[in-house]
Design a binder for this molecule. Structure first.
Ligand code: SF4
Length: 222
């Protein structure tokens, strides 16, 4: 599935953007050969804990080819995963940096970097089938999910429903620390690890570690 995701070209605007960013590059990464393709999920296909973000960053995942790798958001996320024992190292700088996740898979509802980090509703809907397929594959062993931010929170419910879960109605509102029990899986809301949240203190390392710890326990990883 990861190989098929990486070859997807369904959204014309995102294909153009991701490839243009890869061509033009940022001066600091002029020596890099950018990935410039959809970024597949990262981590074992039978992980009991899945983390769902928004979409790859133009000069992060779109450059390195791995989720949250090579940008400030990822620095915060991987540091926290390492701190709570779910990652082998805190540094995530390239796809071959040796980082391993323990019982965790990281994915997103949109696999291509969008301009201004804002996919259109049509792009989000076009990408949903990948998340549905991924959740369907993960389902036998899946016990917990951490959703980073309101965008991901809105996006996961239709995907979970399409993957066979019964979803509460009305859909639960997003909030940091919200926990929703589904059949066999607990879903946790967490503020996104974006710089806007981490620089302002809306999401502190302690808050992030606490959600990850709780989710890891729910997933049977602790
Ligand atoms: Fe394909 Fe998703 Fe990228 Fe659209 S956003 S081109 S559906 S991988």
């Amino acid at each position: 599935m990861d190989a098929r995701v990486a070859g997807c070209r369904v959204c014309p605007r995102l294909v153009e953007w991701r490839e243009e960013v890869a061509r033009v590059k940022r001066a600091a990464f002029a020596g890099w050969e950018y990935w410039g393709r959809p970024v597949p999920g990262f981590g074992a296909g039978d992980a009991p804990l899945v983390i769902v973000g928004l979409a790859p960053a133009a000069h992060g995942g779109n450059r390195t080819g791995r989720m949250f790798t090579g940008d400030r958001s990822g620095d915060v996320l991987y540091q926290a995963l390492y701190d709570v024992g779910l990652a082998s190292q805190a540094e995530a700088v390239s796809a071959d940096d040796g980082l391993e996740l323990y019982g965790v898979r990281i994915t997103a509802p949109v696999h291509c970097a969008p301009p201004d980090n804002k996919p259109t509703p049509a792009e989000r809907d076009a990408c949903r089938h990948w998340l549905v397929e991924e959740l369907t594959l993960l389902r036998p062993g899946l016990r917990a999910m951490v959703v980073l931010g309101a965008y991901g929170w809105q996006a996961v419910w239709p995907a979970l429903a399409a993957a066979g879960w019964e979803i509460p109605r009305p859909r639960p509102a997003f909030g940091h620390g919200v926990r929703v029990e589904l059949d066999g899986v607990q879903v946790f809301g967490c503020f996104h690890v974006s710089q806007r949240n981490t620089f302002t203190g809306k999401l502190t390392p302690e808050m992030l570690r606490e959600v990850l710890e709780t989710a890891a326990r729910a997933a049977g990883l602790k």
